[in-house]
Design a protein around this ligand. Structure first.
Ligand SMILES: [Mg+2]
Length: 392
């Protein structure tokens, strides 16, 4: 069994919306197909991957370093002798050959794209849905656990749009409730504090009992701004206050955590397991309420996320405190497998990469997973079309 070709393509996911830090009108994604010589049911087995929204396509790194290294590796070096199958860990190691430690960033995204494809391939070769394959893996510190049959998801939206006011924000949130979500999230920090408080109050006013609101500052605030917002946000029953400070400013986060009583959430812009380890070591976060959002698809893939999870077990954190950023079927499968506390979801945006398999409705804030082998990316028809065109 060998990889015969690796193809990548850059696809735009442009949208004229903004968070506190960036506008998405030039956003794009890399899609990758890992094509093998293996044929099952008359079709060539192909693994697919892409990067989560919010980081750009990685065509350059994929073309010049990641893909050539995997194609140049001795075919046997990529195969697990125990199974005879192409092995994600070995593919990962080949792609990271001659890379120094540190310097995480776009490289972590490029490797994450390959890693998603490698796990999709591994699950297809094993004839298992990815969440069932991953649930059987050994991770130091992890007690044996059956995969969850459904995963808690929340609707991430509430961006700033040039032509939308508070009424439109309320309508957007009502739409998420109608879809079955019970927790919604909106952006803050892109408007003055007083305006953001009006937006928050407007959303809280339309939420029925049992539904909650999270807010996300996208790493925008200085320590003083984060604390000023925190002092104001304390008055509201928020699900969490997300990414108040720069992702790597652990001291500022710790200052905020010492005085903000509600749950804090962060981690989506940590691109490696050493960064995640520093977050739990130095960020002042509280294992009984705070939320870790490291996104495997943006940070060297599940192969690296296993190391992160082992670190969390070691530090006394439950994986149920993890709710990855990303909003796609790969992170959903990881969330079901470990199991984690939940997974982000982007209803209606970042198409066709955001969202889950077609026909799996949100029910009371949870979603079930398909049982077809692989991640199940092709089960979303609009995404499957892009993937199949790349491999054809
Ligand atoms: Mg966020």
């Amino acid at each position: 069994m060998r990889i015969v070709d690796i193809r990548e393509l850059t696809v735009p996911i442009e949208a004229d919306m903004s968070n506190a830090f960036i506008n998405f009108s030039k956003m794009d994604v890399s899609v990758l197909a890992l094509i093998t010589d293996e044929v099952r049911d008359g079709r060539r087995v192909v693994g697919y991957g892409f990067n989560s929204n919010g980081r750009y396509a990685q065509a350059g790194l994929l073309r010049t370093r990641v893909i050539p290294r995997v194609l140049e590796a001795a075919p046997d070096a990529l195969v697990d002798p125990a199974t005879g199958h192409l092995d994600p860990d070995r593919i990962w190691a080949a792609a990271m050959r001659d890379e120094k430690p540190g310097g995480h960033g776009d490289r972590a995204v490029a490797i994450g794209i390959l890693d998603m494809a490698a796990w999709d391939l591994a699950a297809k070769l094993a004839g298992l849905p990815l969440h069932r394959l991953l649930a059987g893996l050994e991770i130091p510190g992890r007690p044996p656990a059956a995969p969850a049959e459904k995963v808690w998801v929340y609707a991430a939206g509430g961006y700033y749009y040039p032509d939308r006011g508070i009424d439109a924000l309320q309508d957007e949130m009502r739409g998420y409730l109608d879809l079955g979500y019970r927790t919604v999230k909106m952006k803050i920090g892109g408007a003055p504090l007083a305006d953001d408080l009006r937006r928050i109050e407007a959303v809280l006013a339309i939420l029925p009992d049992g539904c909650t609101l999270a807010v996300d500052a996208n790493g925008r605030f200085t320590q003083d701004e984060a604390i000023a917002y925190g002092d104001a946000l304390k008055a509201y029953p928020l699900h969490w206050y997300e990414e108040p400070t720069d992702p790597l400013d652990y001291a500022a986060l710790a200052e905020l955590a010492a005085r903000y009583p509600g749950p804090l959430a962060t981690g989506e812009n940590l691109m490696s397991f050493p960064d995640a380890r520093n977050l739990v070591r130095y960020g002042g976060l509280r294992a009984d309420r705070d939320v870790l959002q490291m996104d495997p698809a943006l940070s060297y893939g599940f192969t690296e996320f296993r190391r992160t999870l082992a670190t969390l077990y070691d530090a006394g954190w439950s994986p149920t405190r993890c709710v990855p950023h990303g909003g796609h079927q790969f992170n959903l499968a990881i969330a079901a497998a470990m199991p984690l506390g939940g997974c982000e979801s982007y209803p209606g945006i970042f198409a066709p990469f955001g969202g889950f398999a077609d026909g799996y409705a949100i029910e009371d804030g949870h979603v079930r997973l398909p049982e077809e082998p692989g991640i199940g990316l092709e089960l979303k028809a609009s995404l499957g079309k892009v993937l199949h065109e790349l491999a054809a």
